[in-house]
Design a protein around this ligand. Structure first.
Ligand code: FES
Length: 105
């Protein structure tokens, strides 16, 4: 599994998603509840960025129609989205946030 640095830990504001690109893949990096998560930055319902949505209770909400995706599993807990969004493993090394595009199962 190859981890790549995407940003510094200090660049992440609590509950404010940061959109990054990793090998051309858009990823939303989210610091919340003492952890850092990485989720594919495209809603599974339509082609919009999840990074523009709100974070609450370990979920990210799509700004367009309001589906909420669990940052741990990528699963939606509300319609209209029915398919999960990929989530990616995160490692913290010092002040570096590293993400691997290998999907967690
Ligand atoms: S585009 Fe995200 S819920 Fe519809």
């Amino acid at each position: 599994m190859t981890f790549v640095r995407v940003c510094g830990l200090g660049e992440l504001e609590e509950d404010t998603p940061k959109r990054v690109e990793l090998d051309g893949t858009p990823v939303s990096v989210v610091r919340t509840e003492g952890e850092v998560f990485a989720i594919h930055d495209i809603c599974s319902h339509a082609n919009v960025s999840l990074a523009e949505g709100e974070v609450d209770d370990c979920h990210i909400e799509c700004w367009l129609h309001g589906s909420r995706f669990d940052l741990r599993s990528g699963k939606p807990d509300a319609l209209p989205a029915t398919r999960p969004v990929p989530v990616y493993p995160v490692k913290i090394e010092g002040d570096d946030v590293l993400v691997s595009l290998t999907q967690e199962s």
